[in-house]
Design a protein around this ligand. Structure first.
Ligand code: ADP
Ligand code: MG
Length: 698
C-alpha cells in the first residue's frame, strides 16, 4: 500500500524534482534566486521551463497557467496548452523561459480600483520562484504576481512579498547590531487554522441565499443549537470523516502540510490546520486549501461554506493566523533564547510587535475588513473589533519588572537587567490560555485571530510585516547611533513598554466592560464595521509608513480603499436583493398560502357546524396575515432603501448608507420572516430550515 510519504508533494515541482531534473549549474542558479532573491538569467529560465514542462507532461498535464491572486480575494488562472504545431502536421509540447517568467492575461475585468486606465487594460503576471509550481487537474500552475503595465500591484502577492522584504531588511539591521553576521535572511512564517461548515448539497441547492451569497439570510433559531457543546472536538461523523480523508490526500499531493482536523463549536462546523511555513507559501497554500475544500465537498454531495457567518445564532468561522519571525539559520526570533543576549534580542522583537500592533491597530482591523467578517467581530464568539495583545502572566511580569526597574517576581527573584539575566523559561501553557484575545502571544509566536474564514491571509500579513518592519526600523535607526548599545537597548525596551502598555490586555475580550475600558479609558480604536475602518487606510500616518517601506504606492493604497469598499457594498447589495427576491417569491406566498388553507379549513368546519368557534384557526390566520403584511411592508422599505443608494456620489457615502440603512432594513425583514417561519406549517415552508441544514449531515 502507498503511504503518505510516498505521494506527499507528488504534484509539486519542488526541490526534490528540481534537483533530479535540472543540471547542477541551473539548479544552483535557481536556488540562489529562490533563497536570496538573485536575478534569474534567461538561459536558466529556459532550462527550468523545459524541465518543468517535461515533468508536468509526464504527470498528465496538457496546459499551463500563471496562477495569481487578484484583488477579488480568490485566485485566477487562464490556461494555455503546451502544444506547438510541427511541420509534419503534428504537435510538439513546448514551454519557454519567457512564457515561464512573464504572462499577459487579458485581465481588464479584474478590479483595479482605478489603477489601470482602459487604454492599458492588460496587466502582466510575473513568476514568483519562491513558491513552487504545481499541477491541478491537467494544468501546470505557476504562482505569479500580477501587475499593471505601470508596475502597480494588482494583486495580493506583490505587496506581501514586498512586506516580507521590508521586514527582512530591518530585522537584519537589528541582528547585525547584536553581532549576528551569519544570518542572511529573516522571514515570517504562518500557520493558518481554517474553519468551515459542511452542509448537504441537496439542501444547499434549495436555498437561494446560500447559492447567491454563501450565507443564510433567513432562518429561525432551531430548537437545538450549540448550547450543549457536544460538537466541539466530538466524534467525526462517517460522511465528514470520508470528506476529510480525501481532502487531506488532495492537499498532501500538493505538498500542503495538512496536520490537524477536528469538529468546531457550532454544529456542522469543522477546522483544518496545516503545519506552518513561510508566509508567502502559506498564503498560496491557504488559497489552494480553500479551493480544494470546496471541490472535494462536491464529490461527497456536500457543500463547504467558507463564509464568516453562514448561520445566525451559532458561531461563525474565522481563521487564526499563527505568525512568527525566524532566521535562515533556524532561530525563531519570538522564542526566548538560551543566553542573556538572546533574551534581550527576543525582548526587542517582542517590543517591536507590541509597538507595531499599537501604532497600527487600524491597519490590522482594516486587513480583516469584509462585510462577512463584520458579523463576527464583536459578536461574543470572535475577538472584538478592538485590537489588543495578550501576553500571559509570566511575560507580563517580566515587562513590569523592566518598566519599573523592580525585581522580577518569577521563579527566582532577580533584577531584570538586559544583557545580564537569562529570562525564565516560559511555560507555553500559561501563555496560551486566553482564547478571546485578538492578538495573543502563544509561547513562540503570535496568533492573530481576527481574520475571517474566507479572507486571504495575505492582507493581514502585509500589514503585520510592514508595521513590525517600521518598529524595527525605528529601533535600528536609534541603536546604530547609540554610544552604549546596552544602555540604549534597555532604555528603548522600557520606553516601548511604557508607551504601549495600553494595548496589552490579559482579561476576557468578549466582556462588554472591556470594550468600555478599551475605548473610554485606554483610547483604543473600535471600528465596528468595514465602512468605519477602511477610510483610515488613507490616513497620513498609514500612507507614510506603507510607502516608506515600499509595500504600497499611494496610488495602490487608493485602489485598495476603493476595492475594499466596493466589495463591501456589492456584497451587501446582492444580499439585500436576494432577500427581496426570496421574501416576495417564496416566503410571502408560502405564508399566504398556509393562511388561506387554514382559513379554508375553518370555513369547511363551520359549514358542517356553524356553531364551531374555530379559535385556533382564526387566531392563526390573523397572525399569519399580520406577518404577511409586515413582510410585504419591510420588503418595500428595503427596496426603497436600495433605490436611495443611487444618490450616493462616492463609494464612501454609499458604504455608510449601506451600514446605516440597508443593513437595518435587512434585519427588520429577516425578523418578520423568521417569526413567520415559527408559525407556518413545515410542509409549506419553501426551503430547508436551520435544523435541517445544521444537523443534516450524518
Ligand atoms: P492551537 O492554536 O490549536 O493550540 P498550535 O498552537 O499547536 O494549535 O498550532 C496552531 C498553528 O500554529 C499550526 O498551524 C502550527 O503549525 C502553527 N505554528 C506552530 N508554531 C509556529 C511558529 N513558530 N510560527 C508560526 N506558526 C506556528
Ligand atoms: Mg490556535
Amino acid at each position: 500500500m502507498q503511504t503518505v510519504s510516498d505521494y506527499f508533494g507528488c504534484l509539486v515541482f519542488d526541490d526534490r524534482v528540481m534537483k533530479a531534473n535540472l543540471s547542477a549549474k541551473v539548479y544552483q542558479s535557481l536556488k540562489k534566486t529562490i533563497d536570496e532573491g538573485a536575478k534569474l538569467d534567461i538561459s536558466v529560465a529556459n532550462a527550468v521551463a523545459t524541465a518543468m514542462k517535461d515533468w508536468a507532461v509526464a504527470n498528465g498535464a496538457t496546459h499551463y497557467t500563471h496562477w495569481f491572486q487578484p484583488l477579488t480575494g480568490i485566485t485566477a488562472e487562464k490556461h494555455d496548452s503546451f502544444i506547438t504545431p510541427s511541420p509534419d502536421g503534428g504537435v510538439i509540447m513546448e514551454f519557454s523561459g519567457k512564457e515561464l517568467i512573464k504572462g499577459e492575461p487579458d485581465a481588464s475585468s479584474f478590479p483595479s480600483g482605478g489603477l489601470r486606465a482602459t487604454f492599458e487594460a492588460r496587466g502582466y503576471t510575473a513568476w514568483d520562484p519562491t513558491s513552487y509550481a504545481f499541477i491541478k487537474g491537467k494544468t501546470l500552475c505557476i504562482p505569479t504576481a500580477f501587475c499593471s503595465y505601470g508596475g502597480e500591484a494588482l494583486d495580493k502577492k506583490t505587496p506581501l512579498l514586498r512586506s516580507m522584504e521590508a521586514l527582512n531588511k530591518q530585522a537584519l539591521r537589528i541582528l547585525h547590531l547584536f553581532g549576528n553576521d551569519t544570518v542572511k535572511c529573516v522571514r515570517t512564517s504562518v500557520g493558518p487554522e481554517q474553519e468551515y461548515f459542511l452542509i448537504d448539497e441537496a439542501m444547499y441547492e434549495q436555498r437561494r441565499d446560500l447559492r447567491f451569497t454563501g450565507r443564510t439570510l433567513f432562518g429561525a433559531k432551531p430548537p437545538k443549537g450549540q448550547e450543549m457543546d457536544d460538537h466541539y472536538f466530538g466524534v467525526i461523523k462517517p460522511r465528514v470523516a470520508a470528506y476529510m480523508d480525501e481532502l487531506n490526500n488532495e492537499l498532501w499531493k500538493l505538498g500542503i502540510l495538512a496536520k490537524t482536523e477536528h469538529n468546531e463549536v457550532a454544529p456542522a462546523q469543522h477546522e483544518l490546520a496545516p503545519i506552518y511555513t513561510t508566509t508567502n507559501i502559506a498564503t498560496d497554500h491557504n488559497q489552494l486549501t480553500m479551493e480544494i475544500m470546496q471541490k472535494v465537498a462536491a464529490k461527497h454531495g456536500l457543500v463547504c461554506l467558507l463564509h464568516e457567518k453562514p448561520f445566525a445564532g451559532v458561531n461563525g468561522s474565522g481563521k487564526h493566523n499563527n505568525w512568527s519571525i525566524s532566521t535562515d539559520t533556524g532561530v525563531n526570533l519570538l522564542s526566548p533564547g538560551e543566553t542573556p543576549y538572546e533574551n534581550a534580542q527576543f525582548l526587542l522583537f517582542l517590543c517591536a510587535v507590541i509597538k507595531a500592533v499599537d501604532d497600527y491597530q487600524d491597519l490590522l482591523r482594516i486587513s480583516v475588513a469584509t462585510a462577512g467578517n463584520d458579523h463576527r467581530l464583536g459578536a461574543n464568539e470572535a475577538p472584538p473589533a478592538v485590537v489588543s495583545i495578550f501576553l500571559g502572566d509570566e511575560l507580563n511580569a517580566v515587562l513590569d519588572a523592566i518598566e519599573n526597574d523592580t525585581p522580577y517576581q518569577g521563579t527566582e527573584k532577580t533584577q531584570m537587567k538586559l544583557g545580564v539575566n537569562v529570562l525564565p523559561k516560559f511555560n507555553r501553557d500559561t501563555t496560551d490560555r486566553n482564547r478571546t484575545s485578538p492578538f495573543a502571544f502563544t509561547g513562540n509566536k503570535f496568533e492573530f485571530r481576527m481574520l475571517g474564514s474566507s479572507n486571504s491571509i495575505a492582507c493581514a500579513n502585509i500589514m503585520l510585516n510592514s508595521a513590525v518592519a517600521e518598529s524595527l526600523k525605528i529601533y535600528a535607526d536609534r541603536l546604530e547611533q547609540a554610544e552604549d548599545f546596552e544602555t540604549a537597548l534597555h532604555e528603548m525596551i522600557r520606553k516601548t513598554i511604557k508607551d504601549h502598555k495600553n494595548i496589552i490586555f490579559n482579561g476576557n475580550g468578549y466582556d462588554d466592560s472591556w470594550i468600555k475600558e478599551a475605548t473610554e479609558k485606554r483610547g483604543l480604536l473600535n471600528y465596528r464595521t468595514t465602512a468605519d475602518c477602511v477610510p483610515h487606510l488613507l490616513d497620513k500616518k498609514n500612507v507614510d509608513m506603507l510607502t516608506s517601506h515600499r509595500v504600497f504606492s499611494e496610488a495602490e493604497l487608493k485602489s485598495r480603499y476603493e476595492i475594499t469598499l466596493e466589495n463591501y457594498c456589492k456584497t451587501i447589495i446582492i444580499e439585500a436583493n436576494t432577500m427581496v427576491d426570496m421574501a416576495k417569491t417564496e416566503i410571502a406566498p408560502a405564508v399566504a398560502a398556509y393562511a388561506a388553507d387554514v382559513a379554508g379549513a375553518a370555513a369547511a368546519k363551520k359549514s358542517v357546524d356553524a356553531s364551531l368557534a374555530c379559535t385556533y384557526e382564526s387566531g392563526l390566520v390573523k397572525k399569519l396575515s399580520v406577518l404577511c403584511d409586515r413582510i410585504a411592508e419591510k420588503t418595500a422599505e428595503l427596496e426603497a432603501a436600495l433605490l436611495e443608494l443611487a444618490t450616493a456620489e462616492d463609494i464612501g457615502t454609499e458604504a455608510n448608507l449601506i451600514r446605516d440603512k440597508i443593513l437595518v432594513k435587512m434585519s427588520e425583514l429577516r425578523l418578520a420572516c423568521d417569526e413567520a417561519e415559527t408559525v407556518t406549517a413545515k410542509d409549506y415552508w419553501p426551503f430547508p430550515t436551520y435544523g435541517d441544514l445544521l444537523f443534516g449531515v450524518r
